[in-house]
Design a protein around this ligand. Structure first.
Ligand SMILES: C[S@@+](CC[C@H](N)C(=O)[O-])C[C@H]1O[C@@H](n2cnc3c(N)ncnc32)[C@H](O)[C@@H]1O
Length: 252
């Protein structure tokens, strides 16, 4: 059975998606997980913010929880239209994108480290697993498209490491659709999830990357730019997986 068929049918390589998704990991492993912090879980359950990523210097990045919990908007649909099946949504949150793909009968899977996010994705009708992108995943090397939307290029705080990891997941010639930061930034920071009302999670590494830095990191990690577009003030890039080759001195 192909990855596409198995994911579409609600299981991945014989692993029932629903069962795997609700399995809790050992409490010790989960205890410090930042996206398990109460402010994020409470916001997902309520379907609304306020919610921020707060840097140590006090700078706050607003998180658009209401939009994440709504149906895909016009900008999201520009992403969905470009997906080549099967699609892996990395850090799927409450799952609006995989739910929309599933509704269209398109093979897909969302992964997220937050149990609350996975539960919401499943309720919305999207297949999802509670798993980190850095853990072993079903269908490695066979996904047609990976998504890093809503700032998810920041996952792990090291864009190059994340791009290299995603390259392992995608079929040769497959696509990575990434949303870049609106500003021309390339920053690695430590942040906490903060509800602006005293609810604060543990600190964790995050990154923000604008288009120029994304292009640079992508080339280094074996991705070739395929397309760049803007929709509703959000900037996106499509990257195509290139075969590994010798790296130039400037890329090292
Ligand atoms: C900025 S939010 C994006 C939300 C999402 N794209 C949506 O539509 O709601 C980042 C998401 O990535 C998840 N995440 C963080 N680290 C992760 C990891 N290592 N692997 C998978 N998901 C992760 C978080 O739990 C959170 O739901």
């Amino acid at each position: 059975m192909s990855t596409a068929e198995s994911v579409h049918n609600g299981s991945v390589r014989g692993e029932p998606v629903r069962e795997a998704s609700v399995r809790e990991r050992a409490p010790s492993r989960r205890a410090g997980a930042p996206w398990h912090a109460d402010p994020y879980v409470r916001a997902l359950r309520a379907g609304r913010g306020p919610l921020f990523l707060r840097r140590a210097d006090g700078w706050m990045l607003p998180l658009d929880v209401e939009r994440w919990c709504a149906d895909p908007d016009a900008a999201d649909r520009t992403v969905l239209r470009r997906c080549q099946s099967p699609t892996l949504d990395i850090g799927c949150g409450p799952g609006r994108l995989v739910a929309a793909l599933a509704l269209l009968g398109r093979p897909c899977l969302g992964i997220d480290v937050s149990q609350a996010a996975v539960a919401r994705t499943l309720r919305a009708g999207g297949p999802a697993l509670c798993r980190s992108v850095f853990e072993p995943l079903p269908g490695e090397g066979r996904w047609g498209t990976a998504l890093l939307i809503d700032g998810n290029i920041g996952i792990g705080g090291d864009p190059r490491a994340l791009l290299a990891r995603v390259a392992q997941l995608i079929v040769p010639g497959g696509l990575l659709l990434v949303e870049a930061a609106a500003a021309d930034v390339d920053e690695r920071v430590r942040v906490r999830v903060d509800d602006g009302r005293g609810g604060v999670g543990t600190a964790f590494p995050w990154a923000r990357v604008g288009i120029p830095a994304l292009l640079h990191h992508a080339r280094t990690a074996g991705w070739a730019p395929a397309e760049q577009w803007t929709a509703q003030d959000r900037g996106f890039m499509a990257l195509r997986r290139t075969p590994p080759g010798p790296r130039s001195a400037t890329e090292r």
